[in-house]
Design a protein around this ligand. Sequence first.
Ligand SMILES: Cc1cc2nc3c(=O)[nH]c(=O)nc-3n(C[C@H](O)[C@H](O)[C@H](O)COP(=O)(O)OP(=O)(O)OC[C@H]3O[C@@H](n4cnc5c(N)ncnc54)[C@H](O)[C@@H]3O)c2cc1C
Length: 1017
Amino acid sequence: MPAPRVHSASLEPDILRIGRTIFGRAERAAPSIFSQEYWQTFGTNAIADDESLKLRLFRFVEVLPILQSNRDLAHHLHAYLCDGRMTGDNFYARLFTGLAQVAHSGALAANLIGPLARWVAGTGAKQFIAGATPAEAIRYVKQLRQRGNTFTLDVLGETILADRVAREHQQLYIDLIESIADDAAGWQDLPLIDSAPFGGLPKVNISIKLSAIVTKFDPIDPEGVSEAVLERVRPVLRAARRAGVFVNVDMEHYAVKDLTLDIFKRVLTEPEFRDWPNVGTVIQAYMPESERDMSELIDWARRRACPITVRLVKGAYWDSETANAIRNGWPIPLFTEKWQSDAHYERVGAMLLENADAIRPAFASHNVRSIAAMLAREQALGLPPRTLELQMLTGMGEPLRRALTSMQQRVRVYAPFGDMMTGMAYLIRRLIENTANESFLRQSYEASAASDKLLRNPNDPRSHLPADLPQPYLADPPGENPMAPFQSEPIIDLSRTDEQNAMQAALERIRAQFDKDHRPLLASKINIDADQWRTSHHPADPSETVGRYAACKVDDVDATIAAARNGIADWAAQPADARADLLENAADRMREARYDLAAWLVFEIGKNWREALAEVTEAIDIVRFHAYEMHRLTERNRRRDWPGESNEYLYAPRGVVSVIGPFCFPLSLVTGMVSAALVTGNTCIVKPARQASICSLQCFALFHEAGIDRSVLQVLTGSGDAVGAALAGHGDVDMVAYTGSTPIGRAIAQIAHGQVNRRNQFKHVMASMGAKNAVIVDDDADLDDAVTAVLDSAFSYSGQKCTSCSRVIVLDAVYDAFIIKITEAAGAITPGSPEKPGTGVGPVIDEPAVQRYRHWIELARKQGRLVLPGGVPDNSAGGYFVKPAIVADVAPDAEIAQTELMLPILCVHKARDFDDALKIANAGPYAMVGGVFSRMPPHIDAAKAQLDVGLLYVNRKITLSRVDRQPFGGHGQSGIGPKLGGPDYLQEFCTSRVISENTLRHGFDAADAKQEEKLNA
Ligand SMILES: Cc1cc2nc3c(=O)[nH]c(=O)nc-3n(C[C@H](O)[C@H](O)[C@H](O)COP(=O)(O)OP(=O)(O)OC[C@H]3O[C@@H](n4cnc5c(N)ncnc54)[C@H](O)[C@@H]3O)c2cc1C
């Protein structure tokens, strides 16, 4: 039964009293000036005062574990601190800058300062980390017990890229449980920490993260992931139960919160575990949803009739969650003002204490107000002292820990262990928390902070500070863009059950529409003979007919173009705003149909859920962006009027535009070309890629439904050789917009440029073509990040995107390590049906692609070392499945390194140094997309200046560009023309005209009269 509630306001005097006691004791427990703890706290605060210095030192600490030599260390220290851009100028900024300069001055100095820097950083890390090995961790927790505190041990983990690592991690938990339990059998019983009013407590307590025991902790596939996690977590729980060890399941990012809670409840409802009380999980009060989660957990625990523990925290991921939500256009799932999290902590904490008979309450915080509020409520509810447990992190708020221990509280210390390299993410989180302006600990270090101010009720308006949310910085050249910034379409959040259900329902809806004929979308009806129908198969199961499209004849092209010519006058005469509005309507329709469009992509071209929905989002975005850009272009219809002279600069449509699209992005890239053509006043005929014909027809039917006339936009399906070539070469076409392979693009350019059309114009060609995109991995890169990004860039959609990474250039020092990691991770990829939510990599597009794959794998054997052999999986059951392959030691000029494959085959090159890497990356005819992973600012600057690509990504994957943010397109043999999604794209579809009028008439200036006319109008 829940305890009766106690009104919060009545608790304030007790909270103040308890809080003052804690502060008083903490002051007495402060470290002496001769202790290391004193100087560590002092140093942290001094650094925290200077934001610019703090960020630079954090970057240095982050890269430090991977730096092999003192020379490297000195270079990095110098690059971070002596770039002339540091804003602070206090004593510490000058001290560190001076040290960096000395370290960089020569080998001797580097050899002196290098070890010193490592010692300082290592000592700093030890403050937060309980040791590198289980043995060190056990020694550490025994010392904790001697100081009157108990513990929970956490194993610091690297990013789990391979199943072997996940299994090792699981085993590590089991070994830890068994070894420490053995040791603990001889530990003396300490009543303060080994018992609570409700009974004895296990002496050993470990905290685990579910993401550490499986490779893909991805909420997109709750069922599949739950199965995998359950299989891994049961042996851990079994071992713990056997050994009498407590297990806490930690809480990670918001996206996996529901999944974590669900798995936790599922496993503990199983007969084997349902009467086991020594388990717990975490609720994060910084999200409004946590009140509901807490209430559901209480109900569940009551039904289970066996208590669990809940650790209430505010939450460790505030910065990354808010940035992520803002970047993706999602509502922020967390409170945005600090006082709200504090107040919510007290509210959810009250729920926890009121239900202490069903849930054992644990409060993890270093905030004296939050702790005092919980202790006051424990008393007010009449609960026995030490019903609640207090938890703190190793190395954080040590005087507070000592104070609470001296008050006979049960204090558990969260003690993570592992080496510096794997613990880096944790260490950085702690450093940020210790130095954040919002942090209670940091505020309490301020000499001036009075304890009563810090103990203020968070609901008191005097505790409120304005939200300090990260904001996008969007700057145009002065006067360039008078409009509000473009608003991107939010990415669909597939961690949400409603979105998953919507996608599943769409797949079922579209499957029910299989096996139908899809006519071309033309202004006038054409005859289609029976033998003209072509089947579009599901690449994962070619026995399934997605539908049929017509292979139109070359004879149909004349009539189609004639209709487009007829449509020009009316369409071009419409005000630009009206055309833009029609595009907005089309984007609205696409938005309404977004799941259906994505389902067509899944079935017809084999994209997985995430890729398919991302493409639809991108397509909606680009259509809206072009409507937006048209308004901007209209603004640029400039006047330059001088006395007696009026000058206008106007944009006019080119005429009829043929759009020829690729199969890899049949919606986003094709709607990009089409919407640009239409909004600028051209009429347009689309020839989609054969393999994606139905996707395109579905999409452009929505444009017609939105009110765009069929004479303005037509879709002619058929083969590239016949219809495509006829559309490109036709004498009544004014422009060809093409996306596809370089040989065809080159052929189109040759035909078109040599041809004057019937309106006496040289045909204009814009082409986005082939690529052989490279990513450079520097010797100081975070290898886990680089491997994750390269894996995704090279193998998502089976390497068939024009932005896919097909070469990775790795510096000598990390070459072998990189190959081991990526080979192991890629080897675990099993291509599967894109219809299933959990599928990462689906099939390739068609049988010829499988044949090409076989051919290139054979060549790969000769042109490099096939470290991951790939192959066609045995269970492909007729689907066009091929496995990722990796070829190492490839010469930069090898045929496989120079030819665009559009397949999941990745070449790896070894580079002597960064300059060599740039040379290798630039060798070749293409210049589309490139990437660099480095933490050395001069190297990043060199890549920016010298890597010859249209779009350079630094320290991130090279696919998934967003409209307006990462305009996409290349040069060299990768492209002719401007970038899609950028500020210059629409002009390409226009000719510009200048009109200059002499307004002087026999002694008077007629321009004024013109102004009057304008005003009257
Ligand atoms: C023993 C222990 C175990 C932990 N386990 C987990 C865990 O499993 N999962 C997890 O996520 N965290 C965990 N944490 C980390 C914990 O979430 C942070 O240490 C905690 O949020 C810091 O809160 P505080 O009360 O100590 O400090 P305070 O300084 O009072 O609060 C800082 C917190 O306020 C919140 N905040 C900051 N700025 C804002 C803002 N503008 N708007 C709204 N809220 C804001 C953030 O959550 C931030 O961490 C654990 C902490 C401890 C001590």
